[in-house]
Design a protein around this ligand. Structure first.
Ligand code: ADP
Length: 373
């Protein structure tokens, strides 16, 4: 059992660098939570405060209800896996994995049992007598994970563990770590700047930006209901398109005027957009919610010009520009052939449109309760 709670956790480094400002995060027992955000947003700092490798400037950290702020790292019952593996080069794989247990004076037979069990889980039994330099990157990362497993910790912390691996191996290791989480039934916190890792691995994601938690939720909740323009643009690849549009009165409701074309929001969105009449808002639409239409007769027609065509096999990514030379990305099925500079018509699925305040960049649509999604 291990629940990790961060209450108003703040880190100010020397020189008044505020790396994290009042983080409030609860990681439930056995949950896989991913901290994601661009480089420098404070996610490693937060993870290191949980591990006890950085002092907490303000706020409280609890593990299973016990305050941990002043508990030394070795007594927190946490194991951390680092990006650079941090293996001892002069020791064999077996000794690397056994090291922490030896320090704790665990009986030899118990150490042997735990090391062999972890090696079996990770499929590295045949490397136990090798030194780290005789292993590939992926194998080293497995040893680093094995070293964490043998300690049977309450909480596993991963700090960008896959960033040194090539793209193909990253995908394999991603699946292995997810399977491991399932198998060990342990609480895991995983830091990455890669939103695809976050989306594919997490039970819940915490999105960070410039030293602040932006939003916490399941991958699909964040994808469908981003709280602000930052989260909307960060989660999803290719990212959501944003167009600054004018909200103009249209009878009882409103229309959105891009300059080159007009769009009619769906009735359930109009009530929230009305108070922006006469102002600009960000209209956000994901690439897969832009539908190619054969002619210009659709009511929400966007006349666009093809800039770049990226056929990926299963689908095609199109870079498009409007008359105002605004860039848009669309994802279409493989059924159509597009050419550069071709004039095309697209129609957005207006039920999937998201809107953001131009000044605060907060979602204009209210977010539904997560349980209801
Ligand atoms: P991330 O893991 O999201 O890339 P970090 O947590 O490593 O970000 O860093 C957050 C911010 O804190 C950055 O601006 C970074 O430069 C700063 N920082 C990190 N470590 C230190 C340190 N030891 N002293 C001063 N500033 C630091």
């Amino acid at each position: 059992m291990a629940k990790v709670e961060l209450k108003d956790i703040t880190k100010v480094y020397e020189g008044n660098v505020r790396a994290m400002d009042k983080a409030n995060i609860t990681v439930n027992d056995r949950e896989f939570v991913v901290f994601v955000g661009p480089s420098g947003c404070g996610k490693s700092t937060t993870l290191r405060m949980i591990a006890g490798l950085e002092d907490i400037t303000e706020g409280e950290l609890f593990i299973d209800g016990e305050m941990m702020n002043d508990v030394p790292p070795k007594d927190r019952n946490i194991a951390m896996v680092f990006q650079n593996y941090a293996l001892y080069p002069h020791m064999t794989v077996y000794d690397n994995m056994a090291f922490a247990l030896k320090i704790k004076k665990t009986p030899k037979a118990e150490i042997d049992k735990r090391v062999r069990e972890a090696a079996r889980i990770l499929d590295i039994e045949k490397f136990l007598e090798r030194k780290p330099k005789a292993l590939s990157g992926g194998q080293r990362q497995r040893v680093a994970v094995g070293r964490a497993i043998v300690r049977n910790p309450k909480v596993f912390l991963f700090d960008e563990p896959l960033s040194n691996l090539d793209a193909k191996l990253r995908v394999t290791m991603r699946a292995e770590i997810s399977a491991l989480h399932h198998r060990l039934n342990a609480t895991m916190i995983y830091v990455t700047h890669d939103q695809v890792e976050a989306m594919t691995m997490a039970d819940r994601i915490v999105v960070f930006n410039v030293g602040k938690v932006q939003q916490i939720g399941t991958p699909l909740y964040l994808y469908n209901h981003p709280i602000n323009k930052f989260v909307a643009g960060f989660i999803g690849s290719p990212p959501m398109n944003f167009l600054l549009v004018n909200v103009v009165a249209d009878g009882d409701g409103v229309m959105l005027d891009e300059g080159g074309f007009k769009l009619k929001p769906v009735p359930e969105h109009i009530e929230y957009l009305k108070k922006y009449t006469g102002k600009e808002v960000y209209f956000g639409i994901r690439p897969e919610n832009l539908e190619y239409v054969a002619d210009a007769s659709s009511s929400n027609n966007m006349p666009l010009t093809v800039s770049v065509v990226e056929p990926l096999g299963a689908d095609t990514t199109l870079w498009l520009r409007s008359e105002n030379t605004r860039e848009l990305v669309a994802r279409t099925g493989p059924g159509h052939i597009f050419k550069i500079d071709q004039k095309v018509n697209f129609s957005p699925d207006m039920t999937m449109a998201r809107y953001f305040d131009k000044e605060t960049e907060l979602s204009i649509l209210p977010l539904p309760q997560e349980e209801a999604v």
